[in-house]
Design a protein around this ligand. Structure first.
Ligand SMILES: *Cc1c(COP(=O)(O)O)cnc(C)c1O
Length: 354
């Protein structure tokens, strides 16, 4: 029945930079659900599908790249892997390092990471360094350390291995739909995912596995939208911590994805992100972290402005799992109603009639 053993030991292996000498380091990532959203489809008169990347082993799409990066690090005899992270990269790097028997050190911006992600990195046994600075500062330091010390950098910056793994999301989508969608929406932080997803579609298109290419619609948070403004943001601000990035390392790749696909990179406000975040839970039963809702927020914004023609096939990447950020879930909710331990009291509270 269950014949899925992760990306490297799947049919996608031929597209990945591994050889017979590469040990497979895997948590059986990939092969995530592609769910049709009845609500969003009805609203837009399009066929809207949600790619549930929160179903990956550590709860985000980062696992797709990490299985490749850690497999190759293990092959190369690395002992310590290092990364900068807004949270999910650290959780993923730590898990795959544990799986490979390697040590991991993760640099995170102090106070800038959802607690659930720190908890993951701790349990996977990583050394966690909280840096007094932004994600961008963490990344600069991680790159410097990797240049001067015997450590393997597993950020997607300049890391072809991570990007190659992350391309697989496009392969899965085309294989599931039988064709590329018209539009692919996703959140954009450091720019790696939009770059890799576009490259994945191009790879499949060149290989004759898809007849068309989608337009890539990337969305940044309004307070952290350097690609929209065309210049870095020194103090990026948004409650969507996973895309709180002021100077995307894969800037060029993200712009290339936009230009080549005839797509766009636009901003959505935190209010729009939160509205989409609630909608996904309430209407589709999908609990995402706030950043992951940016693609839906962007689609809704463009729909409201009359910019989404009906009848299109649309895929939205939901990048990470809502369980990682309980603070966000509970922040704007009503507290639970308390009652005594009697059915009659509960019935009254729920306004149940006899
Ligand atoms: C990393 C991440 C992003 C941003 O992806 P980039 O490749 O940095 O653009 C978005 N959402 C979640 C949940 C993430 O973990």
């Amino acid at each position: 029945m269950n014949s899925w053993h992760g990306l490297i030991d799947s049919d996608y292996r031929r597209w990945l930079p591994v050889t017979d000498r590469t040990p497979t380091v895997s948590l059986h990532e990939g092969n995530t659900p592609l769910l049709r959203s009845a609500h969003l489809s009805g609203l837009t008169a399009c066929d809207v599908r949600l790619k549930i990347e929160g179903a990956n082993p550590t709860g985000s799409f980062k696992d797709r790249g990490m299985t490749v990066a850690l497999s190759r690090a293990a092959e190369d005899g690395a002992e310590l892997v290092i990364c900068a992270s807004t949270g999910n990269t650290s959780a993923s790097a730590a898990a795959y390092a544990a799986r490979a028997g390697l040590s991991a050190a993760v640099l995170v911006p102090r106070g800038g990471v959802a607690l659930g992600k720190l908890g993951q990195a701790i349990r996977y046994g990583a050394r966690i360094v909280e840096v007094d600075g932004t994600f961008d500062a963490c990344l600069r330091i991680a790159r410097e350390l990797a240049a001067h010390h015997p450590v393997a950098l597993v950020n997607s910056v300049g890391n072809e291995l991570r990007l190659a793994g992350q391309r697989t999301v496009a392969y899965e989508i085309v294989d599931a739909l039988g064709e590329a969608p018209d539009i692919h929406c996703l959140p954009v932080g450091n720019g790696g995912n939009v770059t890799a997803t576009w490259q994945g579609y191009r790879t499949y298109h060149s290989a004759g596995r898809a007849r068309r290419l989608p337009r890539m619609w990337g969305f940044q948070a309004a307070g952290a939208a350097p690609l929209v403004h065309g210049e870095p943001v020194s103090r990026p601000e948004t409650l969507a911590s996973a895309i709180r990035v002021g100077n995307p390392a894969t800037w060029e790749g993200a712009i290339t994805a936009r230009e080549e696909s005839g797509g766009l990179v636009a901003a959505v406000t935190d209010e729009q992100i939160l509205a989409a975040y609630r909608l996904l839970g309430r209407r589709d039963g999908v609990f995402v972290e706030p950043a992951s809702a940016a693609g839906v927020a962007g689609l809704l914004d463009h729909h409201e402005r009359g910019l989404v023609a009906p009848g299109q096939s649309i895929v939205i990447t939901l990048t990470g799992n809502g369980l990682k950020d309980q603070d966000a879930a509970l922040r704007d909710s009503e507290p639970p109603t308390r009652t005594g331990a009697a059915a009659s009291e509960v019935a009254r509270t729920l306004s149940l009639t006899p």
